[in-house]
Design a protein. Structure first.
Length: 144
């Protein structure tokens, strides 16, 4: 009798978990590994960066892909093949290690890569609202 109860319990658990999707509720996304050409200029405070790398990370949780990275040219340019759709772009260069730019070390930018050729310039600039706030930043004081 105990064995029959265990068999029924195991069957129930397997059937109950069989229809579960770990990404349930996530928006529908493509699992395609199609790529497109992306070019652009990387700037820090409006001036081209002449060293370092640009990294493209596909933001698609259902697509098993590798990050793509490319060296930044002497003129600040880069050229890479990236996966279509949303990508998170990160920049790594020696200028981000200086005290005045250290707050931008965690800079990342969301981009949408489309079929065909894409031009995506990356401008790491203090006036850019999407940049991370410096450590200890408390925001502006509220009026009234």
């Amino acid at each position: 009798m105990r064995i029959a109860a265990r068999v029924i319990w195991v069957a129930f658990v397997l059937l109950a978990n069989g229809g579960c999707d770990e990404y349930a509720g996530a928006p529908p996304v493509s699992t395609s590994t199609e790529e497109a050409d992306v070019t652009g200029i990387v700037k820090l405070r409006g001036k081209p960066i002449n060293n370092g790398t640009v990294l493209f990370h596909s933001a698609n949780i259902r697509r098993a892909t590798q990050d793509r990275s490319v060296k930044i040219g002497q003129d600040g340019s880069y050229s890479i093949k990236a996966y279509l759709g949303q990508n998170t772009v990160k920049v790594d260069c020696k200028e981000l290690l200086s005290p005045k730019n250290r707050q931008f070390q965690d800079f990342e930018q969301q981009v949408d890569v489309q079929s065909g050729s894409n031009t995506i310039d990356i401008d790491i600039n203090p006036e850019n609202r999407d940049l991370p706030k410096p450590k200890g930043f408390r925001g502006s004081k509220r009026e009234g």
